[in-house]
Design a protein. Sequence first.
Length: 142
Amino acid sequence: MFFWFLATAILTIAWVFKDPRFDYRLLAVGAVLPDLIDWPTGWRLMHSVMTSIVLLSVVMLVSVGRKPYRKLLLGVPIGTFLHLVFDGAFANTTMFWWPIGGWEFSADVLPVVARGWWNAPMELAGAVALWMWWRQRRLQNP
Ligand SMILES: [Zn+2]
Protein backbone atom coordinates (compact mmCIF):
# COMPACT_ATOMS: atom_id res chain seq x y z
CA MET A 1 0.00 0.00 0.00
CA PHE A 2 1.52 3.21 -1.16
CA PHE A 3 -0.82 5.34 -3.25
CA TRP A 4 -3.74 4.85 -0.85
CA PHE A 5 -1.84 6.37 2.07
CA LEU A 6 -0.27 9.14 0.00
CA ALA A 7 -3.62 10.13 -1.50
CA THR A 8 -5.62 10.02 1.72
CA ALA A 9 -3.01 12.03 3.62
CA ILE A 10 -2.40 14.63 0.90
CA LEU A 11 -6.07 15.12 0.03
CA THR A 12 -7.09 15.35 3.68
CA ILE A 13 -4.49 18.02 4.42
CA ALA A 14 -5.23 19.91 1.18
CA TRP A 15 -8.93 19.91 2.08
CA VAL A 16 -8.49 20.80 5.78
CA PHE A 17 -5.71 23.41 5.63
CA LYS A 18 -6.28 24.83 2.13
CA ASP A 19 -2.70 26.13 2.26
CA PRO A 20 -1.11 26.26 -1.21
CA ARG A 21 2.34 26.58 0.42
CA PHE A 22 2.04 23.42 2.54
CA ASP A 23 5.06 21.16 2.02
CA TYR A 24 3.67 17.68 1.38
CA ARG A 25 7.02 15.86 1.26
CA LEU A 26 7.34 14.96 4.96
CA LEU A 27 3.59 14.36 5.15
CA ALA A 28 4.06 11.71 2.45
CA VAL A 29 6.94 10.17 4.43
CA GLY A 30 4.83 10.08 7.60
CA ALA A 31 1.89 8.57 5.74
CA VAL A 32 3.86 5.49 4.65
CA LEU A 33 6.33 5.28 7.57
CA PRO A 34 4.23 3.03 9.87
CA ASP A 35 4.12 0.16 7.37
CA LEU A 36 7.75 0.70 6.33
CA ILE A 37 8.87 0.24 9.94
CA ASP A 38 6.37 -2.25 11.34
CA TRP A 39 6.21 -4.63 8.39
CA PRO A 40 9.88 -5.67 8.17
CA THR A 41 10.55 -5.48 11.91
CA GLY A 42 7.43 -7.33 13.05
CA TRP A 43 6.86 -4.58 15.62
CA ARG A 44 3.56 -2.77 15.98
CA LEU A 45 5.20 0.37 17.33
CA MET A 46 4.15 2.75 14.54
CA HIS A 47 0.53 1.54 14.54
CA SER A 48 0.05 2.86 18.06
CA VAL A 49 -1.52 6.25 18.54
CA MET A 50 0.93 6.80 21.40
CA THR A 51 3.86 6.78 18.95
CA SER A 52 2.22 9.50 16.87
CA ILE A 53 1.55 11.51 20.04
CA VAL A 54 5.21 11.15 21.07
CA LEU A 55 6.34 12.14 17.55
CA LEU A 56 4.10 15.21 17.65
CA SER A 57 5.43 16.16 21.09
CA VAL A 58 9.05 15.81 19.94
CA VAL A 59 8.39 17.98 16.88
CA MET A 60 6.74 20.64 19.05
CA LEU A 61 9.65 20.60 21.53
CA VAL A 62 12.51 20.70 19.02
CA SER A 63 10.88 23.49 17.00
CA VAL A 64 10.07 25.95 19.78
CA GLY A 65 10.58 29.46 18.38
CA ARG A 66 11.25 28.16 14.85
CA LYS A 67 7.91 28.35 13.09
CA PRO A 68 9.00 27.49 9.51
CA TYR A 69 10.91 24.48 10.84
CA ARG A 70 7.88 23.38 12.88
CA LYS A 71 5.54 23.78 9.90
CA LEU A 72 7.79 21.53 7.83
CA LEU A 73 8.37 18.86 10.51
CA LEU A 74 4.70 18.65 11.51
CA GLY A 75 4.11 16.73 8.29
CA VAL A 76 5.64 13.57 9.81
CA PRO A 77 3.34 13.13 12.85
CA ILE A 78 0.31 14.34 10.86
CA GLY A 79 1.16 11.71 8.26
CA THR A 80 1.48 8.95 10.87
CA PHE A 81 -1.83 9.98 12.48
CA LEU A 82 -3.56 9.89 9.09
CA HIS A 83 -2.00 6.50 8.34
CA LEU A 84 -3.68 5.14 11.49
CA VAL A 85 -7.03 6.58 10.39
CA PHE A 86 -6.96 5.39 6.78
CA ASP A 87 -5.39 2.05 7.70
CA GLY A 88 -8.19 1.31 10.16
CA ALA A 89 -5.54 0.69 12.83
CA PHE A 90 -7.98 1.84 15.52
CA ALA A 91 -9.97 -1.40 14.97
CA ASN A 92 -7.26 -3.38 16.78
CA THR A 93 -7.26 -1.97 20.31
CA THR A 94 -4.15 -3.90 21.44
CA MET A 95 -2.13 -2.51 18.54
CA PHE A 96 -3.65 0.99 18.62
CA TRP A 97 -3.27 1.63 22.34
CA TRP A 98 0.17 0.04 22.82
CA PRO A 99 1.80 0.26 25.41
CA ILE A 100 -1.19 1.13 27.63
CA GLY A 101 -2.23 -2.54 27.83
CA GLY A 102 1.35 -3.79 28.29
CA TRP A 103 4.77 -3.48 26.64
CA GLU A 104 4.42 -6.58 24.47
CA PHE A 105 3.54 -5.88 20.85
CA SER A 106 0.35 -7.28 19.37
CA ALA A 107 0.88 -10.58 17.57
CA ASP A 108 -1.83 -9.68 15.03
CA VAL A 109 -0.94 -9.05 11.41
CA LEU A 110 -0.82 -5.46 10.18
CA PRO A 111 -4.12 -4.05 8.86
CA VAL A 112 -2.63 -3.92 5.36
CA VAL A 113 -1.99 -7.68 5.49
CA ALA A 114 -5.38 -8.43 7.03
CA ARG A 115 -7.17 -6.61 4.17
CA GLY A 116 -5.66 -8.93 1.57
CA TRP A 117 -6.99 -8.29 -1.92
CA TRP A 118 -9.00 -5.27 -0.78
CA ASN A 119 -5.70 -3.40 -1.04
CA ALA A 120 -5.85 -3.58 -4.85
CA PRO A 121 -8.96 -1.37 -5.35
CA MET A 122 -7.76 0.93 -2.57
CA GLU A 123 -4.40 1.37 -4.32
CA LEU A 124 -6.17 2.05 -7.60
CA ALA A 125 -8.47 4.61 -5.94
CA GLY A 126 -5.45 6.28 -4.35
CA ALA A 127 -3.52 6.42 -7.63
CA VAL A 128 -6.52 7.89 -9.47
CA ALA A 129 -7.15 10.45 -6.72
CA LEU A 130 -3.49 11.54 -6.75
CA TRP A 131 -3.50 11.80 -10.54
CA MET A 132 -6.66 13.93 -10.44
CA TRP A 133 -5.20 16.15 -7.68
CA TRP A 134 -1.96 16.47 -9.67
CA ARG A 135 -3.90 17.55 -12.79
CA GLN A 136 -6.19 19.92 -10.88
CA ARG A 137 -3.23 21.64 -9.19
CA ARG A 138 -1.35 21.66 -12.52
CA LEU A 139 1.71 20.23 -10.80
CA GLN A 140 3.07 19.03 -14.13
CA ASN A 141 3.66 22.69 -14.97
CA PRO A 142 7.01 23.90 -13.59
ZN1 LIG B 1 -0.34 0.41 8.43
